[in-house]
Design a protein around this ligand. Sequence first.
Ligand SMILES: C[S@@+](CC[C@H](N)C(=O)[O-])C[C@H]1O[C@@H](n2cnc3c(N)ncnc32)[C@H](O)[C@@H]1O
Length: 285
Amino acid sequence: MRKDLHEENRLSWNAATVAHNSHKGDQAAFFRKGGSTLRPEELELLGDVEGLSIVHLQCNSGQDTLSLARLGAVMTGVDISDTAIDFARQLSQDSGIPATWQRMDVYDWLEETVQSEQRFDLVFCSYGAICWLSNLEVWARGINTILKPGGRFITVEFHPVMGMFNEKLERSYDYFVDGQPFTWEDGVNDYVAISREGLTPGNALEGIKEFKNPHRVHEFFWGIGQIVTALLAAGLQLTTLNEYPYSNGFKPFEQMQALPNRRWSVPEGQPNLPLMYAIAAQKPR
Ligand SMILES: C[S@@+](CC[C@H](N)C(=O)[O-])C[C@H]1O[C@@H](n2cnc3c(N)ncnc32)[C@H](O)[C@@H]1O
């Protein structure tokens, strides 16, 4: 595990989260009016969450966490970023949707929860979470341990194949890097401004302009095989592995085709690529 790098990532995420939220308008009003940030892919896999205890790992500013709470789940949101968790707490209060928030490294939170008696019906993470994990085995074992028998792990994620291309959609990076840290000196960027209409449903503001992150960041790229194998080795049973030829909200390349429902695919006429995947796995009863 590379907690030294996780700490550097915390600083980069703190700075980027301010920029990201600056474009999103009045999010409390969005939630008070019944808004939800969840997408059909995760809603289908999650099913009815009423009454379920769910931990949302790497919840950032808590928008999906609150959307799940609104559906009747008892939510805990965990994130390493101080700014994100402060924002989530305030949003929870201002929107009147309750949730429990923990500002912690996901590995520290898993370790602490494993030692406790708290167990969950469901562990959820999505859209840019797994690439920040420096050790898949420890993460998967932690998830398996904190689930109740029959409990589920669900993720909808950006496909690691997306990470092989630069913003001009030129093949630039290896697929097989085995989680070796990859350092971006310019830090977490303002992908909300870049993806604008994709990530600011109905309430975009101009917000911070030309954001420059002063803190570098480190990502850990894992292949689909490694992610699934870590979950299986931890004792979970795979029930779903989906791949999708589009990206929800996030626009990773300069030239992309806008699809309905704030989705993006490669430009028309180009061979398609897997841009997202989803996993559902269950702890045996
Ligand atoms: C792309 S965001 C996830 C967004 C999320 N899907 C949502 O609902 O908004 C990635 C998040 O992972 C968090 N993160 C990165 N490394 C972490 C770690 N070691 N422990 C906990 N959170 C971490 C970041 O602070 C950031 O909020």
